[in-house]
Every structure is written in structure tokens, then in C-alpha cells.
Design a protein around this ligand. Structure first.
Ligand SMILES: NC(=O)c1ccc[n+]([C@@H]2O[C@H](COP(=O)([O-])OP(=O)(O)OC[C@H]3O[C@@H](n4cnc5c(N)ncnc54)[C@H](O)[C@@H]3O)[C@@H](O)[C@H]2O)c1
Length: 250
């Protein structure tokens, strides 16, 4: 397949999990990818695997200079057609009475502020090319209240709101913006922020977790991201799309 032939696509969190699967699939379908991530070692592996089709940018996307570096790499490649805001972290499942400021600030910075800054930096490139597609990766935590702690839940709800706002304002100029809300996915997300730190909140959350029907592979999420990136989804804008095996339907 070559539905992404000639397209320049930015993928954040490209070193692992859903982002890595997305970068692979975009390259397989013809895109040139700018892959951004904090984890230099894993990013190096992705670079070695995908070769000339990927330019990697190592950095922390909460740093505005690193956001600028990603946007500059896309401009050098001809300007972004696609932005996949995928990088994200968890929040130790802390409810509001127990969350510390450090966790709140970091989770909001990575999951909400960085995607906004990337959209702000990259959208002008799309406008100058006559259009583009932004795909944000939220979570079922972006549409429900009982799947994570307060910081993760608030950050992903913010991303859903950002998606609709961007879709509404820039849709008439050819830039679409959609958001994917995965349920459980087999990735490396448990490496940080996934160990529960509040016993009672964790116990309370089990009621909601019990409705989860299956764990997905990263590729089962990236296939939806790539479809939303491609022109064939041209009529889909501002959509909040669950890919959760039916979790939020229960
Ligand atoms: N795995 C799940 O069950 C699940 C469920 C719902 C939503 N999600 C969302 O999917 C997205 C991808 O997560 P994943 O499951 O593939 O996890 P992952 O940990 O395997 O990959 C996330 C990547 O983001 C990178 N990253 C984190 N903070 C960064 C920063 N400040 N700057 C640059 N890169 C940074 C990490 O280094 C990592 O490589 C996240 O937004 C996550 O919230 C995951």
C-alpha cells in the first residue's frame, strides 16, 4: 500500500509502543517520518530499523526548544502533512486529595501542553501546503472519569477538547484534527507512572477496569491512527474515536 506516499508525518513518542508501531506503518505506506522521543536509546533502534525514511529528534517535548526542533525537521523535509501527538505518561492513579503538584505539572505538561505547542508550531506548515491531518492519542481516560488519576484524566480530557477546537477552527482550511481513545494496550507505558500509589483509589478503579474486554496490540491502534492520517478519512474531522474493544460501550 502507498496511501502515505509523499507525505511528511511527525510522530511523537516514536521510540516505543503505539508511536513506534505508527512510525513503522507510516513508513511502510510511503511516508517520510519525523520521530520524536525522550528515550534516545530506543529512538536509535527505530532509526536503525527504518533507515532513511525516518529522521529522529531526541528531546523532551515539554521543552519549547525541542518542539521547535521537531517542527524545523518537518519543515526541512518539505513541511508536515501529518502530526501524530502520541507521547504520553501516566499519573500513579492518584485522586485529587492525594496528587502532588510535581505529578500534576509533569502529566499536564507532557499530555496536554506539549501537544498544544506542537499543533501551534506545525499547523502553519499544513496551511501553507493546503491542508493536513492531526491525530491526537488520548485514552478512554479522556472520555470517562474512572480509568486513571486526576492528572491523567484531566490531561486527556484537555486533549479531546483541543481536538474539537482545532477541528472546528481549521477544518474549513483543510486541516483535520481527530483523537483516538485507546483502552488497554500492550506497550512500555508501565515503565513510568503506572504503579498505583493510592490503595483506596486503585481498589475503587477496579470496578471500571473489570469492564475492559481485551488488551490491544500497538498495531491495532496504529492502524486507526494511519487511517485518520490518510486522505481516505477526509470526511472525518473532530471525531473522538474509541479503540478499546468495547470498554466504554459497557
Ligand atoms: N498503553 C495503554 O494501555 C494506553 C491506553 C490509553 C492511552 N494510551 C496513550 O497512548 C500514548 C502512547 O503510549 P504507549 O502506551 O505507547 O506508551 P509507551 O510508554 O510505550 O510510549 C510512550 C513514549 O512517549 C515518550 N515520551 C514520554 N514523555 C515524553 C516527553 N516529555 N517528550 C518526548 N517523548 C516522551 C516515551 O519515552 C515513550 O517512548 C500515550 O499518550 C498514552 O497515554 C496508552
Amino acid at each position: 500500500m502507498s496511501r502515505m506516499q509523499g507525505k511528511v508525518a511527525i510522530v511523537t513518542g516514536a521510540a516505543s509502543g503505539i508511536g513506534r508501531a505508527t512510525a513503522r506503518q507510516l513508513v511502510a505506506e510511503g511516508a517520510t517520518v519525523i520521530g520524536a522521543d525522550l528515550n534516545e536509546e530506543r529512538l536509535g533502534e527505530v532509526s536503525a530499523e527504518l533507515g532513511d525514511a525516518i529522521t529522529v529528534v531526541a528531546g523532551d517535548l515539554t521543552d519549547p526548544a525541542d518542539v521547535d526542533a521537531v517542527a524545523a525537521a518537518a519543515q526541512d523535509a518539505g513541511g508536515a502533512d501529518v502530526l501524530v501527538n502520541n507521547a504520553g505518561i501516566m499519573d500513579y492513579f492518584l485522586p485529587v486529595t492525594e496528587v502532588d503538584d510535581e505529578t500534576w505539572d509533569r502529566v499536564l505538561a507532557v499530555n496536554a501542553t506539549a501537544p498544544m505547542r506542537l499543533i501551534r508550531a506545525v499547523l502553519p506548515q499544513m496551511l501553507s501546503k493546503g491542508g493536513g491531518s492531526i491525530v491526537n492519542v488520548a485514552s478512554i481516560g479522556g472520555v470517562t472519569g474512572g480509568a486513571a488519576g486526576i492528572a491523567y484524566t484531566a490531561s486527556k480530557h484537555a486533549l479531546v477538547g483541543m481536538t474539537k477546537n482545532t477541528a472546528y477552527f481549521y477544518g474549513p482550511q483543510g486541516v483535520r484534527c481527530n483523537v483516538v481513545c485507546p483502552g488497554g494496550v500492550e506497550t512500555n507505558i508501565a515503565d513510568g507512572g503506572a504503579a498505583p500509589r493510592s490503595d483506596w483509589a486503585w481498589e475503587r478503579m477496579q470496578a471500571g477496569f473489570g469492564r475492559a474486554q481485551r488488551m490491544a496490540s500497538a498495531e491495532e491502534i496504529s492502524s486507526l491512527i494511519v487511517w485518520l492520517s490518510a486522505d481516505e478519512s477526509v470526511n472525518v474531522n473532530g471525531a473522538v474515536m474509541a479503540s478499546d474493544g468495547g470498554w466504554t460501550a459497557s
